[in-house]
Ligand binder design. Structure first.
Ligand SMILES: NCc1[nH]cc(CCC(=O)O)c1CC(=O)O
Length: 307
């Protein structure tokens, strides 16, 4: 790739996706490359009402970008890594995983969070995610969880308009577009989605020039942690809409990993927690899936498959 050629960066057109693509553009500029943004609408963005679980699940947000890449309309695509299916049959690959932002889930509660302390109050919480729903109901079995769809901005609007007590958002999504003041509480007890808060840059598999360019953006520690998380998700064979969480972080040469799988109603929860040295961490995601499946989490997967 000669530096005078402009790198065409494909992105969805939501505010968050645009912010993320601009971040990549800025980093590439810092390395001396010219870039241009190309906006691509995904089915998930066009149809904003059908629940994601019914829209065909896997890849509803990524397919349009994949197509644009395969037809050479764009050179690279910027994705929220958690939106990328763990299996990819296309001749495309992730060439860089960027330094992770805040991985946590957060609660937006326009009327405050005091209701959380009242064991008799039947709160209504909005989320479109089975993972968030199941973990919320596990902790607050007397609450009601309702579905919500849309990008970060439209979901926030819905929370302001409805009489729900709260809605759950990825903290990174709100922070990136300067909406973190809406966060009422960080849900430190909730296990995040695999790769939440991390961005991935995709290239065409054969594009060695782009690979050389983009791999300069890769962040070793984030790559290791998100690989463990996604190995776990993959082995749970549960897909992106499964009530499964996974989070790894590195501290002082140790990888700390937490994984969780729940039944959709949140009544049963299977937990895994392990710390190993960085050099030993390669199989951690696979080991966690093995452990949880043999403890009975196979039930979670069977439930997902019958949905
Ligand atoms: N599910 C959509 C999605 N994909 C990535 C993010 C936020 C940014 C990230 O987690 O990297 C969000 C919004 C959310 O979950 O609230």
């Amino acid at each position: 790739m000669s530096k005078q050629n402009t790198i065409r960066i494909g992105t969805r057109d939501s505010q968050l996706a645009t912010w993320q693509a601009k971040q990549v553009a800025q980093k590439l500029k810092g390395l001396g490359y010219e870039t241009e943004l190309i906006f691509v609408k995904s089915q998930g963005d066009i149809d904003r009402t059908t629940p994601l679980t019914e829209l065909g699940g896997k890849g509803v947000f990524t397919k349009a970008l994949d197509d644009a890449q395969l037809t050479d309309e764009i050179d690279i695509a910027v994705h929220s890594f958690k939106d990328l299916p763990t299996e990819n049959p296309l001749p495309l690959k992730v060439a860089a995983i960027l330094d992770r932002a805040d991985p946590r889930d957060s609660l937006v509660a326009p009327g405050g969070t005091r209701f959380l302390d009242d064991p008799n109050y039947v709160a209504t919480i909005a989320t479109g995610s089975n993972r968030r729903r199941a973990q919320w109901l596990h902790r607050y079995p007397h609450h009601e969880v309702v579905g919500i769809r849309g990008n970060v901005n439209t979901r926030l609007e819905k929370v302001e308009k409805n009489s729900w007590d709260g809605a759950i958002f990825a903290a990174a999504g709100l922070e990136r577009i300067d909406l973190e003041h809406h966060i009422s509480e960080y849900l430190d007890w909730m296990v995040s989605a695999a790769a939440q808060g991390a961005m991935a840059v995709m290239i065409r598999e054969e594009d060695t020039e782009m690979e050389e360019v983009v791999s300069q953006l890769d962040h070793d520690e984030t790559a290791l942690c998100t690989t463990i998380e996604r190995d776990f998700l993959h082995d749970m064979e549960a897909g992106c809409s499964a009530p499964v969480g996974a989070y790894a972080f590195i501290d002082d040469g140790q990888v700390h990993f937490k994984a969780v799988a729940l039944t959709l109603d949140g009544r049963e929860q299977y937990d895994y927690e392990e710390s190993v040295s960085v050099g030993q961490a390669g199989e951690l995601g696979h080991a966690a899936a093995q452990a949880l499946l043999s403890q009975g989490a196979i039930k979670v997967i069977e439930e997902m498959k019958s949905e």
